[in-house]
Ligand binder design. Structure first.
Ligand code: CMC
Length: 425
């Protein structure tokens, strides 16, 4: 990066000196906040491809090198040595917990895991085949119905408590949503278990209260949650921040984040990948799928491929890709879709179209195959993403609340409508 500490922008007869902000890591940023005041010009950047919307110390991505750091720690090291709950603590507090802090945090999450009975009524009011993301959005909004009145956003401890509540309760909501879809009775989380085991048991518990925990499954899910925990200013996190910037409570902000995650260009891609692999059906059809994905008139994209930021490889996809075969083997699952996925990845990585556009498998490419092996239904995949991502959303919401530069998010536009005209008649 250059060592400029300011840039000069000439706008007709006016000229403005704009300061350059130096991040700890990554590209320097030109601070344009005074541009409009001094020149009358706005900037236009559809999709925010060149715009930083905030300062953040949580997550760093180098898309050219395939680097992802949570609070400075490489994702590969966290995946190997850490646990999801430790990562959550790290994201929201900035430092790793010691053993006593981790134990206390696990206990706090367990104590907050139960949900109000009104949630069961709400979930029960949805049709059994309603999309789980619709129910999750409503259930999180319901939390704001329960906790909003007593929440003082100026109180740091109350903010922290709200964040912990969300992280603790989203798995419970997810389990209840799964059970509703399957016509199973609502149940309560087993607070004697760890975070991931608690979710698994509540989800799959039989009528007599039994569920045999498989440590390979617990480990695989824990790793998937670590990989999904945060990803700096992606669409859903930016949504949480935008809603949060209005002073809305964290439950409302996170409910909005869930809706943003749902889209197939974002978290909904994991569901779309599995449907795509099922449609392709066999390794023999891979070539024609690649041809179709390159044809802009087909309306078909290779789901689980490409990323706005990663232009080399997605380090999360690398970890998931490596674990997929292992998990299937551990569980004794033989899934022909894995062969389709491997062949598809190979074909795309050798294809000039994908190479030229730097399109690589992303985090969603293999995650669905693992979720399927863990017996999680396809329509629940994006809920699983939301479950892991809740920690990132609340970490960003907490950070935003104490950011002295935080303002309500209010972008401008390039107006392309009619000129002023008189109402006739
Ligand atoms: N299949 C075929 N062509 C693609 C794909 C794809 N998956 N992704 C991008 N392209 C092409 C696109 O048509 C364009 O071609 P051209 O330059 O000829 O017009 C070029 O690559 C650049 O694409 P873009 O849409 O301008 O890139 P973007 O940064 O706006 O979009 C993306 C990024 C992730 C939305 C996009 O790659 C995509 O739609 N991928 C499939 C959906 C997906 O897997 N999403 C999950 C993202 S990772 C998890 C998450 O963060 O939620």
């Amino acid at each position: 990066m250059s060592d400029l500490d300011q840039v000069t922008l000439n706008a007709g007869e006016k000229s403005v000196v704009l300061p350059v902000i130096k991040p700890t890591l990554g590209n320097d940023c030109v601070d344009i906040s005074k541009l409009t005041k001094e020149t009358g010009y706005f900037t236009y950047d559809s999709g925010f491809t060149a715009t930083a919307s905030c300062k953040s110390a949580i997550t760093y991505i180098d898309g050219d090198k395939g680097v992802l750091l949570y609070r400075g720690y490489p994702i590969e090291q966290l995946s190997e040595k850490s646990s999801y709950v430790e990562v959550v603590y790290l994201l929201i507090n900035g430092e790793r917990p010691d053993a006593a802090q981790l134990k206390a945090f696990n206990e706090e999450l367990a104590a907050e895991a139960t949900v109000d009975a009104s949630i069961n009524t709400l979930i029960g009011s949805f049709a059994k085949d309603a999309h789980p993301m619709a129910i999750l959005t409503a259930a999180i909004a319901q939390l704001s119905g329960i906790y909003h009145a007593s929440l003082d956003l100026a109180d740091a401890e109350q903010r922290r408590k709200a964040a912990v509540r969300l992280i603790a309760k989203v798995p419970t909501l997810s389990a209840l949503i799964y059970r509703h879809g399957k016509g199973l009775p609502a149940n309560t989380p087993d607070t004697s278990l760890d975070y991931v085991s608690r979710f698994l048991k509540q989800t799959f518990e039989a009528a007599d209260g039994s569920y045999e925990l498989n440590q390979d499954v617990v480990k695989a899910l824990d790793l998937l949650f670590i990989l999904h925990a945060d990803h700096e200013q992606n669409a859903s996190t930016s949504t949480v921040r935008l809603v949060g910037s209005t002073g809305a409570n964290p439950y409302a902000s996170v409910a909005a984040g869930v809706t943003a995650l749902w889209g197939p260009a974002h978290g909904g891609a994991n569901e779309a990948v599995l449907k795509m692999l099922e449609e392709i059906g066999s390794a023999d059809n891979v070539e024609s799928a690649v041809v179709k994905a390159k044809d802009k008139t087909s309306g078909f994209r290779l789901m689980g491929f490409g990323h706005r930021v990663y232009k080399n490889f997605d380090p999360r996809a690398k970890v998931i890709g490596e674990m997929t075969g292992k998990v299937l083997k551990q569980l004794g699952v033989q899934d022909p879709l894995l062969d389709v996925a491997v062949k598809l990845e190979q074909a795309a990585l050798q294809d000039e179209y994908f190479v030229a556009r730097k399109l690589y498998p992303n985090v969603d490419f293999y995650s669905g195959i693992i979720y399927k092996a863990l017996q999680i239904p396809t329509e629940m995949f994006t809920v699983m993403f939301a479950l892991g991502r809740t920690s990132g959303w609340v970490a960003h919401w907490l950070e935003q609340q104490v950011d002295p530069e935080m303002k309500i998010g209010r972008p401008r536009q390039v107006y392309t409508g009619s000129d002023v005209r008189d109402y006739q008649g």
